[in-house]
Design a protein around this ligand. Structure first.
Ligand SMILES: [Zn+2]
Length: 278
């Protein structure tokens, strides 16, 4: 951690931003009607945490550093500065106008650092690699990288209808969405689409087409979206992950996810196509 130990004593670029997590929330300031990431560590008494500091991003214009305080609270030295802690989901919703991509990346990296302090192969203490996001064991040379978990998400259409399902987590909001699930080891994305859909609602698919992707840091998923056409079978929900599923006309959709998600993009795209074709 030599790079990190020297951090607070070295000259920082004028445009330096800090992504500080405290109690699993992001620290931001309100400046007039804008929300901003902290730009100076002088605002805090954080020297004792210098060892936990990691540079996330650097170009000619600015630098972004990560400081994960885990469960520790932060105290400002300046009583006239108001800081507040917000959840990742609040940042994701967009109303704070803070760049979600950097925050999401920082959050996934903070999770990685918390869980990879020791080598998974020999148990020795690991160290930060200076030139890439990795932890290195100098005893057995095992190197680890932040985990990314691939997930498929698929919008299925049949004639003029789209298949939407209600997961057990969404019974309170009565929200219906596209089907999604983790890719298993040794499986192609297309195989994962067929398997997940067969497991959750029991139907077969054809014409699987790639749609787009979205990193989803809750906690470290990469959502890979597809559209697909119904090819056969009756809807039979698994009763565990999916409680109810049905075919919906584009004009009579149930409660669907907000527009920040790839699920919503898939639903909007599919419904638009169905309307245009009919
Ligand atoms: Zn090791």
């Amino acid at each position: 951690m030599q790079n990190n130990l020297n951090l607070l004593t070295r000259q920082l670029m004028p445009n330096t931003h800090w992504i500080i997590f405290s109690q699993n929330k992001l620290c931001i300031f309100q400046h007039q009607e804008h929300y901003l990431l902290p730009q100076s560590l002088d605002l805090f008494a954080l020297e004792e945490y210098a060892e936990n500091t990691v540079m996330l991003h650097q170009n000619e214009e600015h630098e972004i550093y990560l400081l994960d305080l885990q469960q520790a609270t932060i105290e400002t030295n300046h009583s006239n500065i108001q800081y507040t802690l917000v959840t990742l989901r609040e940042v994701l919703m967009g109303s704070l106008n803070i760049d979600f991509q950097h925050v999401a990346r920082a959050w996934q990296y903070a999770q990685f650092l918390r869980t990879h302090q020791y080598c998974g192969q020999c148990g020795a203490t690991t160290r930060q690699v200076q030139w890439e996001m990795a932890r290195q064991c100098d005893i057995c040379q095992h190197r680890t990288y932040p985990r990314v978990s691939p997930c498929i998400i698929v919008a299925i259409h049949n004639g003029r209808q789209i298949l939407l399902a209600q997961g057990h987590r969404h019974t309170q909001t009565q929200m219906y969405s596209t089907l999604a699930g983790f890719v298993e080891s040794g499986e192609s994305l297309e195989q994962a689409v067929h398997r997940e859909v067969a497991e959750e609602v029991g139907v077969q698919l054809k014409n699987i087409q790639y749609f787009g992707s979205q990193p989803w840091p809750f906690p470290h998923s990469l959502m890979m979206g597809f559209t697909a056409e119904y090819a056969g079978g009756d809807i039979v929900v698994d009763g565990k992950e999916i409680l109810h599923a049905d075919w919906f006309e584009p004009e009579a959709l149930p409660n669907i996810p907000p527009s920040i998600s790839i699920a919503r993009d898939l639903i909007d795209y599919t419904c638009k196509e169905l309307i245009q074709k009919s």
